[in-house]
Design a protein around this ligand. Structure first.
Ligand SMILES: NC(=O)c1ccc[n+]([C@@H]2O[C@H](COP(=O)([O-])OP(=O)(O)OC[C@H]3O[C@@H](n4cnc5c(N)ncnc54)[C@H](O)[C@@H]3O)[C@@H](O)[C@H]2O)c1
Length: 254
């Protein structure tokens, strides 16, 4: 077990799978107690089992990050169990390439739902999560952007892109507002990561096409994003706030 998050409590949304699950396991290995928040209760319970298998401590809470009452309750359940909150990791997100496309092809209700899950969730999580961070004397907020917010794509997911772009602005605003409370806020922009989110779309052809466009020549493992989140969650990044970390194998450097 490491020590980098010793004594800290982390609330991670979308921790039932993919990057969030990797982060939950990794944060626990570094001494954090973890609130595993997910809309999929079975997935959250499985993540908790993996944390416990590594002799870590975690609590599964189930709800929809787009719904205010769910987020308020999940944060309350976490703070009740662990007494404090030090890290808010806004990781939950959806990529629905069939329903969220160009503005010309997307229906209004799908636009609203994608924005609610990917963007409004961060509003609810910080609205209810910042007060416990303040009570703890400070903390770290981690947002999840995407390379989609940084460059345009001809195969568009415009609602997803807009949500991720707006999170950059929210990151900077929160960083400035709460710096004096010793609350830092930073955003990670992952490139393509091998998770259940991408699985339905990663045909062999598309995988080859993506890999050809990534200077490091491959898609990321979710742990390669979770390690960056660990850095932002802990004191190794104590002088960083309002920053954007691009973790994309060099994709946007080209
Ligand atoms: N995988 C990639 O290539 C990639 C690239 C850039 C950014 N991202 C971002 O990283 C984050 C994590 O992505 P991932 O690939 O691990 O996704 P994933 O689909 O593998 O896991 C996401 C988790 O979020 C949960 N979730 C979905 N909707 C929810 C809701 N309304 N309320 C609560 N939980 C909900 C899911 O049940 C799932 O457990 C997302 O914000 C995503 O946009 C991923």
């Amino acid at each position: 077990m490491g020590e980098r998050l010793r004594g800290k409590v982390a609330f991670i949304t979308g921790a039932g799978m993919g990057i969030g699950r990797e982060a939950a396991v990794l944060f626990a290995q570094e001494g954090a107690r973890v609130v595993v928040a997910d809309i999929d209760g079975r997935a959250a319970t499985e993540t908790v089992a993996r944390v416990e298998a590594g002799r870590g401590e975690a609590l599964a809470v189930t709800g929809d990050v787009a719904i205010e009452a769910d987020v308020e309750r999940m944060i309350a359940e976490g703070t009740r169990r662990f007494d404090r909150l030090d890290v808010l990791y806004n990781n939950a997100g959806v990529l629905w390439k069939d329903r969220d496309r160009s503005v010309l092809e997307t229906d209004g209700p799908w636009w609203d739902r994608v924005i609610a899950i990917n963007l409004k969730s961060a509003f609810w999580v910080t609205k209810y999560g910042i007060p416990p961070l303040r009570r703890a004397g400070g903390g770290s907020i981690i947002m999840t952007g995407s390379v989609s917010a940084l460059v345009g794509f001809t195969r568009a997911q415009d609602a997803y892109t807009v949500a991720k772009g707006a999170l950059i602005s929210l990151t900077k605003s929160l960083a400035i507002q709460f710096a004096r409370d010793r609350i830092r806020c930073n955003i990670i922009h992952p490139g393509i990561v091998d998770t259940p989110l991408q699985a339905p779309y990663l045909t062999n052809d598309l995988r080859r096409e993506f890999q050809a466009g990534i200077p490091l020549g491959r898609i990321a493992h979710p742990r390669e994003i979770a390690t960056v989140a660990l850095f932002l969650a802990g004191d190794d990044s104590s002088f960083m706030t309002g920053a954007e970390l691009v973790v994309d194998g060099g994709f946007t450097a080209g």
